[in-house]
Ligand binder design. Structure first.
Ligand code: HEM
Length: 526
């Protein structure tokens, strides 16, 4: 793992060397069991989920800033209650209503990149913080109805810069150091306070909370949420319950309207935590995925050109920026869907998920005791890491001890292996790590979600709550950015694919050079 600078690639290598189930020691006392087999992972997350629970260590890490929202609740009655209340926010009805917020945010990002392009000439800059700002604006709009104006502020600052004195970073790119509005800066400060490493997250975060600046920033965000809650309730009362419910175009308004109708409700504190969780779970994940997309585009001009032609053909409105919810789907824009899926597959934004075993169970023929922490890489289909058909599922010793337990997985046991041979060789040999959206297209040019494995949002009951919103946002951003810009090549010294793993696995360098499609280099040979 040290050699690869990545836990995720390290786990891939472990799986290649040790097979689909292995045990790693973590620190002096802990250990985790890694399951790197696609069928087994699917079975665990979907069919055997009642034997598993979200693991205590990740819960205690995220509880430092969100003590009681979906992400940090055990799968109990409270979790089900929260899901019932905010679940409708992911239905097509609400997503359709909130979609204009995503268009607003990407529109502002396009303006920012045009302003940067004007002063940068043919030099590149890093896309990372711009994308964080734009996805934060989008999520705020979708959650509370108003973006925080991060990108608007960045654009204002860029327009005021002296093009003769732009700061140049060590790799030759322009190093814009832009300051976001207070609320956004405070939220990022809270996110970065999450103690991702170290054995005692609660203690280390307690120390962080002693700092006056942290307390001031946390208070600012808390007061904002209080204010929004009051405003949303006043607005809903004026409109009346039914009309408030019909017109709600953000998650807070939707929750408040349901509260007013007496349907279901949460305490103020619960509501605030669920909304804050939107920011935590929805900003970095989307911006990281989009940063990877920019890198893939920069290296694949042919994909950019094909995508643009496809969008112009399928979406007459694309230039005006408002294709509808129904128009932006896999059936209507299959190549866009393929590009988004391929980006998610290779970005490996959330490299893995973890679970705790609730009682002794058999996994791939091994007895895994109660309390064990499982790590399930979400992108094991990237390479061919499944076990071969002939892998022994029970050792002779286990069989002689009568290991025919009722909780064995669907796939465990020699008979199942014969009847349901393990899927191996998902992609053409040696192509698994290449960026190739065509792998998701069938012979008739349709998008085929079953073409191969990919589970970037995880699976099952505790899989990503925001998947529908995230997919919509990615389709909106990718289509709008593609139509607005050609991502021109950048110097080799900046074209580095190294990762850093925090909450997500993001590129260390995300330099871009977006140019108008009218330029000669955008037109290329075609
Ligand atoms: C590209 C974007 C995203 C990716 C790749 C992603 C991925 C994931 C993954 C892998 C999990 C863990 C699931 C598990 O443990 O099985 C998760 C959980 C979650 N995600 Fe996302 N996510 C994304 C965007 C979003 C957005 C936009 C939101 C909110 C609006 C969101 C809200 C959540 C929540 C609340 C959970 C916890 C669900 C629970 O424990 O019940 N995510 N996400």
């Amino acid at each position: 793992m040290k050699e690869q600078h990545s836990v995720m690639w390290g786990i891939d290598d472990t799986a290649k060397q040790l097979g689909p189930i292995s045990q790693l020691r973590v620190g002096p006392f802990g250990h985790v069991v890694v399951i790197a087999d696609l069928n087994e992972t699917e079975a665990l997350l979907t069919r055997r989920h009642s034997s598993l629970e979200r693991d205590s260590s990740s819960i205690s890490i995220f509880r430092t800033i969100i003590p009681g929202a979906l992400l940090t609740l055990k799968t109990n009655e409270v979790w089900k209650h929260h899901r019932r209340i905010i679940g409708p926010a992911m239905t097509s009805k609400y997503l359709t209503l909130t979609m204009p917020k995503a268009y607003d945010s990407v529109g502002q990002l396009i303006e920012l990149w045009k302003a940067k392009g004007d002063i940068c000439g043919d030099r590149s800059w890093s896309a990372g913080s711009d994308l964080e700002g734009a996805t934060m604006d989008a999520i705020c709009g979708m959650a509370f109805g108003h973006p925080w104006g991060v990108i608007r502020q960045y654009t204002h600052l860029v327009r005021a810069m002296d093009r003769q004195r732009l700061p140049v970073g060590p790799l030759g790119a322009i190093d814009f150091k832009l300051v976001a509005p207070d609320l956004a800066e405070s939220t990022w400060r809270i996110f970065t306070s999450i103690p991702l490493r170290g054995p005692f997250p609660r203690i280390s975060h307690f120390v962080t909370r002693l700092s006056a600046s942290y307390r001031r920033q946390a208070r600012l965000v808390d007061q904002f949420l209080d204010r929004k809650l009051i405003e949303a309730r006043q607005k809903a009362k004026l409109l009346g319950a039914d009309s408030a419910n019909e017109t709600a175009d953000n998650t807070l308004d939707m929750m408040v309207a349901r509260e007013l109708r007496g349907e279901d409700w949460m305490t103020d504190e619960e509501m605030k935590q669920e909304l804050f969780q939107y920011l935590l779970a929805g900003t970095e994940t989307s911006s990281t995925t989009l940063s990877w997309w920019c890198k893939f585009m920069t290296n694949h001009p042919e994909v950019q050109r094909k995508l643009r032609a496809h969008l112009y053909e399928r979406l007459p409105d694309v230039q005006n920026g408002t294709p509808s919810f129904e128009e932006l789907n896999a059936a209507n824009t299959p190549y866009l869907e393929a590009v988004v899926h391929e980006t998610l597959r290779l970005a490996r934004t959330a490299g893995g998920v973890s679970r705790e075993v609730k009682h002794d169970m058999f996994i791939l023929g091994k007895l895994v005791p109660k309390g064990t922490q499982l790590v399930l890489p979400t992108s094991i289909g990237c390479e061919d890491l499944s076990s071969p058909v002939s892998a022994p599922l029970h050792t002779d010793d286990e069989k002689s001890r009568g290991y025919k337990n009722p909780q064995a997985s669907f796939w465990a046991g020699p008979t199942d292996a014969e009847n349901f041979p393990r899927k191996v060789g998902f992609w053409k040999a040696g192509t698994g790590l290449q960026f190739d959206p065509e792998r998701w297209m069938d012979q008739d040019g349709k998008f085929d979600i079953h073409a191969g494995p990919s589970m970037p949002f995880s699976l099952g009951q505790r899989g990503c709550f925001g998947k529908n919103l995230a997919m919509l946002e990615l389709r909106v951003f990718v289509s709008q950015l593609n139509v607005a810009f050609f991502f021109a090549p950048i110097p080799e010294s900046q074209n580095i694919f190294d990762r850093v793993e925090t909450v997500t696995s993001h590129p260390i360098y995300s330099y871009i050079r977006p140019v108008p499609w009218s330029t000669v280099e955008a037109q290329g040979d075609t």
